[in-house]
Design a protein around this ligand. Structure first.
Ligand code: PBG
Ligand code: ZN
Length: 301
């Protein structure tokens, strides 16, 4: 049920704590396996990979580094597959970690997103992750048409039966992604993501986006963030009743609970259980959570 986010960078020997995400580190490929090994031994079953580019001059206008065969994501997929044959490997698919402008797609002259080329590029990245061995690809950009292009790309590559397309279908633009953007170095250099992520009040838009992605061929759907959007998780579990529904307990939610615990306002373990039980109660059956390592300890019998 738990999927653990892993940040992997292009500095092979990196092992750096992320100040705004307590207990979470960014790893280079040389440090990843020993860390994941300790978690697999405690029962970890699934991870979602995020690539991070630290080297200067590597980011460009189309996010070429996303699927560089020597880059952090493709190298990590291969390493994890070899070392942990039973681990389920998901990859977040987006361009914001790899573009020099920090947006999730390819831009027009005026700074708006060029939908067609963005979607084509995102689909190419997803297919390359699947070719490298990813069990699932999860596009997080929210643009119209990307699920369809990814699915067609996977069918054409003969991989559609081997790679689950898990769509971030209802993803809200808001204030809860700050620590992630610190970790991934993916804050937009200009503007925000309000043109392609949902406004916090948009319940109808969220339901339409869920329907859109099912129609385009998604195999599973993600709602994100989670705690402030439990009505959407609940809507998704009804609207997408034949699909696995995943809730993403995002970086800002994790950081807030840690901050409250540090202030003595709540007990960390107690509030983490309550938060995640809320997600299950609302209908989520998969949870992407930075608390995964703690739950592996807390749930030991
Ligand atoms: C990339 C992406 C983001 C997150 C997951 N994939 C950041 C964003 O959209 O700005 C956020 C996850 C988190 O905050 O934990 N598009
Ligand atoms: Zn993005």
């Amino acid at each position: 049920m738990f999927i653990f986010p892993l940040f992997v960078s292009d500095d092979p020997d990196e092992e750096t704590p992320i100040p705004s995400l307590p207990n979470i580190k960014r790893f280079g490929v040389n440090k990843l396996i020993p860390y994941v090994d300790t978690l697999v031994k405690k029962g970890l079953r699934a991870v979602i990979l995020f690539g991070v580019i630290l080297k200067k001059g590597v980011k460009d206008d189309i996010g070429s580094a996303a699927d560089d065969p020597e880059g952090p994501v493709i190298s990590s997929i291969k390493l994890l597959r070899i070392n942990f044959p039973d681990l389920f490997i998901m990859c977040d698919v987006c361009l914001c970690e790899y573009t020099d402008h920090g947006h999730c797609g390819v831009l027009n002259e005026d700074g708006s997103l060029k939908r067609e080329s963005s979607v084509r590029r995102i689909a190419a990245v997803a297919v390359n992750y699947a070719k490298a061995g990813a069990h699932s690809v999860a596009p997080s950009d929210m643009m119209d048409g990307r699920i369809k292009d990814i699915k067609l790309g996977l069918i054409e590559a003969g991989l559609a039966h081997r790679c689950l397309v898990m769509s971030y279908a209802a993803k809200f633009s808001g204030n809860l992604y700050g620590p992630f953007r610190d970790a991934a170095g993916s804050a937009p250099s200009l503007g925000d993501r309000k043109a392609y992520q949902l406004p916090p009040g948009g319940a109808g838009l969220a339901r339409r986006a869920l329907l859109r992605d099912m129609q385009e061929g998604a195999d599973a759907i993600i709602v994100k963030p989670s705690t402030f959007y439990l009505d959407i998780v609940s809507d998704a579990s009804k609207l997408c009743r034949n699909y696995p529904v995943c809730a993403y307990h995002v970086s800002g939610e994790y950081a807030m609970l840690h901050a409250a615990a540090e202030k003595g306002v709540v007990d960390l373990k107690g509030i983490a259980f309550e938060a995640h039980q809320g997600l299950v109660r609302a209908g989520a059956r998969l949870i992407i959570s930075y608390f995964t390592p703690e739950f592996l300890e807390w749930l030991q019998v």
